[in-house]
Design a protein around this ligand. Structure first.
Ligand SMILES: O=C(O)CCC(=O)C(=O)O
Length: 297
């Protein structure tokens, strides 16, 4: 499959009309250095420490290289759950999405205050598992609420092309809401892809952020290495006047029970302004819960 590179939008970051026009045209915005590299690498280290505790990191290797010799584990599976619970307890994981760099871009897009959906998502994608990577899909299927919701995908550390990362189908948001069908991998669904459109990706670096519309088709690129974990986060944003699906006010995998409740996850947080930040800011409207069926459960 031919994959070309994203257009970088750093040159228009201070030009909100140009940002909106590009998002409308291409269905995505890609920026270098939106998040501070140091914050991203701290979160990478903390995540890899959890992987190490779980026995997923190869002994006598540099932790920050994220080298594994463990059999692949897919999100949702039993051994993944305690790791993800601990990851969800990390303040840095939830704080990153509130960085002014990302919020600033979102305010340019929405032309009003931006709201980061409380649910944060992290991916620990194993090598040697390419039959179960995220298949091409539209986030609308999972997120609902406002059709204008923007997803932000960010690498936790450098992700060279051979390690994979996210690829996106340029201009695919113009096709409307597409029918889904069951597929392997995170999310468990896929859509048909217009062969006339171009797949885009890049050599990701710590601090990069890829923003895209809820109808823009995207999926994971295969991890062609034998031993490198691919770590990333994905966050969602709306304008403060938009609506959010009630489910997205809850942690990711909240359907597994109390371990994935805010009461459990944010109990020991030191930063009180981060803890349930949506309860002390302007109120966001919610719409009834929609929960897709999770095949990995
Ligand atoms: O990182 C992945 O494999 C999936 C991410 C994704 O689909 C998203 O950010 O919407």
């Amino acid at each position: 499959m031919q994959i070309e590179h994203f257009t970088e939008s750093n040159d228009i970051i201070d030009n909100p009309p140009a940002i909106r026009a590009r998002l409308r045209k291409d269905g995505y915005l890609f920026f270098r250095e939106i998040f501070p590299e140091e914050d991203v690498l701290t979160l990478r280290r903390q995540t890899l420490e959890l992987c190490d505790e779980a026995g997923w990191i190869k002994t006598n290797t540099n932790l920050m290289d994220g080298i594994t010799d463990h059999e692949p584990i897919l999100e949702g599976q039993a051994p993944w759950q305690p790791v993800y619970e601990k990851l969800n307890k990390l303040e840095a994981f939830h704080r990153l999405k509130l960085h002014p760099g990302a919020l600033g871009v979102m305010e340019s897009v929405f032309e009003e205050e931006a709201f980061a959906l409380p649910r944060s998502i992290a991916r620990i994608a194993f090598p040697r598992d390419n039959d179960r990577i995220t298949q091409p899909h539209q986030d609308w299927y999972y997120v609902r609420g406002s059709l204008e919701t923007i997803s932000c995908w960010a690498p936790l550390g450098d992700i060279p092309e051979e390690v994979g990362g996210l690829m996106l189908l340029e201009g695919s948001h113009k096709a409307g809401i597409l029918p889904t069908r069951a597929a392997q991998g995170p999310g468990g669904n896929t859509v048909d892809v217009d062969p006339d459109l171009r797949w885009l990706a890049t050599d990701y670096r710590a601090g990069d952020a890829l923003f895209f519309k809820s109808l823009t088709i995207h999926g994971a690129r295969p991890n062609q290495t034998y031993d490198r974990l691919r770590l990333s986060v994905d966050y969602r944003y709306v304008g403060i006047s938009h609506s959010v699906t009630a489910d997205w006010m809850l942690p990711h995998f909240s359907w597994l029970g109390d371990n994935f409740s805010w009461e459990n996850l944010d109990r020991d947080w030191k930063d009180q302004s981060l803890r349930r930040y949506w309860e002390h800011g302007p109120k966001i409207k919610t719409v009834p819960g929609y929960r897709f069926s999770v095949r990995e459960e």
